[in-house]
Design a binder for this molecule. Structure first.
Ligand code: ZN
Length: 294
């Protein structure tokens, strides 16, 4: 995964090099939003940038360009206890502890109490275990106790060594039923298992979704056909099926996805009457942005 991620990062960073011209023209096009925009799915990519003091300038530039003022960042194994997040800047950060085999509940709890983590991320598929695996259960109980949302990677893995059957969103139904006191988030809408994801989101009051990374890179460079078939149509269908605007959150998956063009694409996908919730309000509620970190 790491080589692929690094390669993709290079693409993103390369595309950033001619960003100023483009962003000057569009820098203020989000000014029509009179509410905060939250990116409900991003990564710091500290190891690849060799910078564990976050936020780094790369992510700040993207967020300034897109008008983002809050973000949920999923930490990797190497970042969990190493990254230091400066939380005093303009952007509000919620950081999710990435759970990996060998992690101890006691250590994670300490991190929660120390204010390092405000959510939990489980990398289904990258880690070949089901969401119902006994290894994860103590972490759900921890999430319940501290009222932390649990985010699952679901759907395609950007890693040939991952085992993708473990990333099927249908299994989230089982943990959603067994842990009704925990809010769960299906990342990437289960791409491409949209129907399974839709049913689980629809059926369970405690299941939400982020729309991140249905396509990678700069989506403004994609063909209209790809955008329509691979992003707009599936999201519109799930949105209609679930029939509850409070369930969906904007997310990019930076640095795999350039934030501003993805946000613009979502404006074409989500009904304007729901923008306030979709681009910020829902994430604000699910990830409890109103509350101060511990
Ligand atoms: Zn991600």
């Amino acid at each position: 995964m790491k080589t692929i991620l690094t390669g993709l990062l290079l693409v993103v960073l390369t595309s950033c090099s001619h960003q100023p011209l483009k962003s000057q023209a569009t820098a203020h096009s989000n000014d029509q939003f009179d509410f905060p925009i939250i990116d409900a799915h991003a990564h710091f990519h500290s190891k690849e940038l060799n910078n564990y003091n976050q936020p780094a300038s790369q992510i700040l530039m993207e967020y300034q360009d897109a008008g983002v003022s809050g973000a949920v960042v999923h930490l990797s194994e190497s970042e969990n206890f190493k990254v230091e997040v400066n939380r005093s800047g303009k952007i509000k950060w919620k950081t999710c502890m990435g759970i990996h085999p060998g992690d101890l509940v006691e250590k994670v709890e300490k991190g929660i109490r120390a204010g390092r983590f405000q959510c939990i991320k489980i990398y289904l598929g990258y880690v070949p275990k089901w969401a119902t695996d006994s290894f994860y259960r103590p972490f759900y109980r921890l999430a319940e106790r501290y009222k932390l949302p649990v985010v699952f990677h679901t759907g395609d893995t950007y890693d040939k060594n991952a085992k993708v059957k473990y990333a099927d969103p249908l299994q989230i139904d089982e943990v959603a039923v067994e842990y009704p006191g925990v809010n769960f988030v299906i990342a990437h809408l289960g791409n491409p298992w949209f129907q399974s994801a839709a049913e689980v989101i629809y059926k369970n009051d405690n299941v939400f979704a982020d729309v991140s990374a249905l396509l990678l890179g700069d989506v403004s460079e994609e063909t209209p056909e790809n955008l329509e078939e691979l992003v707009i149509k599936p999201i519109k269908w799930i949105y209609a099926y679930v029939n509850n605007p409070k369930k969906f959150m904007f997310g990019s998956d930076w640095p795999l996805v350039k934030v501003k063009p993805y946000l613009e694409l979502m404006k074409l996908t989500i009904p304007e009457k729901d923008w306030k919730g979709f681009f910020g309000g829902n994430a604000q509620r699910v990830f409890r942005f109103e509350e101060k970190n511990n």
